[in-house]
Design a protein around this ligand. Structure first.
Ligand code: AP5
Ligand code: MG
Length: 191
């Protein structure tokens, strides 16, 4: 199964994908996690992207496409994937489409987690205190939410127009949201 898990910063993409990957038997591919690993490792990519991430802005489309192509080339991705954090603008949505068309493996669907603004701010403030992720400070969260509204939200319309978008309530407990995701996936999968 090949799905995009979509939603604003703090909507629970990573939390849900971590559970869903075992249910579906496909890897969770988070572009944010891949980038943070590169930063931690001090690789050339990591050195290049650190400042952009710390400012809550988007890393360049070319770098992201290379990173994604590399990850899709790993053996576990042959089974499919849950993509989290990509695509983040229309250029990336088209690039993903082209890449999947080339390998003859179209997306099964895109799932959008909807969470009210105030809850997002609360969740990320909680994580800032607990984990100290650098881009969770309040100013950077505001920048990330702005980038989402301006550049990423149009990607939802891109999938909606093609009848590939399922919008889900992302509030409640982690289990509540997981239940809604699984029901939506069951509706996507051919009987
Ligand atoms: P990325 O890592 O993708 O961050 P993000 O999308 O901003 O979102 P988060 O990871 O913060 O949120 P999430 O939806 O995964 O929620 P989570 O489960 O963590 O990207 C980081 C940066 O990398 C970008 O700003 C950009 O610079 C760069 N980047 C990445 N991809 C890129 C791309 N394609 N192009 C260009 N640049 C790119 O949950 C958040 C918190 O809420 C957690 O503390 C969690 O415990 C809590 N929580 C989750 N679910 C619930 C619940 N149901 N109830 C209460 N709390 C909950
Ligand atoms: Mg995440």
């Amino acid at each position: 199964m090949r799905i995009v898990l979509f939603g604003p910063p703090g909507s629970g993409k990573g939390t849900q994908a971590a559970v869903l990957k075992d249910h579906l038997g496909v890897p969770h591919i988070s572009t944010g996690d891949l980038l943070r690993a590169a930063v931690r490792a001090g690789s050339p990519l990591g050195l290049q992207v650190k400042a952009v991430m710390d400012a809550g802005q988007l890393v360049s489309d070319d770098l992201m496409l290379d990173l994604l192509a590399d990850r899709f080339g790993q053996p576990d991705a042959a089974a499919g994937f849950i993509l989290d954090g990509y695509p983040r603008n229309l250029v990336q949505a088209n690039a993903l489409d082209a890449m999947l068309a080339r390998i003859g493996q179209p997306l099964d669907g895109a799932l959008l987690l909807e969470v009210p603004h105030e809850q997002i701010v609360d969740r990320l403030a909680g994580r800032a205190a607990a984990e100290g992720r650098k881009d969770d400070d309040p100013d950077t969260v505001r920048a990330r939410l702005r980038v989402y509204a301006e550049q990423t939200a149009p990607v939802a319309d891109f999938y909606r127009r093609r009848g590939q978008l399922t919008e889900l309530d992302g509030t409640g407990t982690v289990d509540d949201v997981q239940g809604r995701l699984r029901a939506a996936l069951a509706a996507l999968a051919p009987a």
